[in-house]
Design a protein around this ligand. Structure first.
Ligand code: 5GP
Ligand code: ZN
Length: 113
């Protein structure tokens, strides 16, 4: 997808610290972390937002949760705890129009939502 920052990261047109990659999924450090661990995990397929998910995307979203689990363990936050966030649309505060999940941890996270 042209002009999508995350597609450019996937295509290695923009540099990022990639922590996990397979045929369908990529995970990299957020450029502007709000916690000691702040990783973005996303499908390589360009899906704009959560409400654009189709039945055929269910499997990759499930796999993303397994990748998040693996990354949490590798980054030593599985025991201390962490938060997974998917912002959707304007009111959800979504800034980048390629679906992604924030993995946040390494400090006590304030406010529940
Ligand atoms: P959103 O607000 O859409 O849920 O989150 C977008 C996230 O992408 C933000 O936390 C922002 O810091 C991150 N981000 C934006 N541009 C880049 C980039 O070029 N590289 C990386 N690694 N992260 C980015
Ligand atoms: Zn994209």
């Amino acid at each position: 997808m042209e002009d999508c920052i995350f597609c450019k990261i996937i295509n290695k047109e923009i540099n990022s610290k990639i922590l996990y990659e397979d045929e369908e999924i990529i995970a990299f450090n957020d450029i502007n972390p709000i916690a000691p661990i702040h990783i973005l995990v996303l499908p390589k397929k360009h899906i704009s937002k959560l409400t654009d998910l189709k039945k055929e995307d269910e499997a990759v979203i499930g796999k993303i949760m397994s990748v998040i689990n693996k990354l949490a363990k590798e980054n030593n936050i599985a025991e201390t705890g962490f938060r997974v966030v998917a912002n959707c649309g304007v009111d959800g505060g979504q800034a980048v129009g390629h679906i992604h999940f924030h993995l946040l941890g390494g400090r006590k996270l304030e406010n529940k939502m």
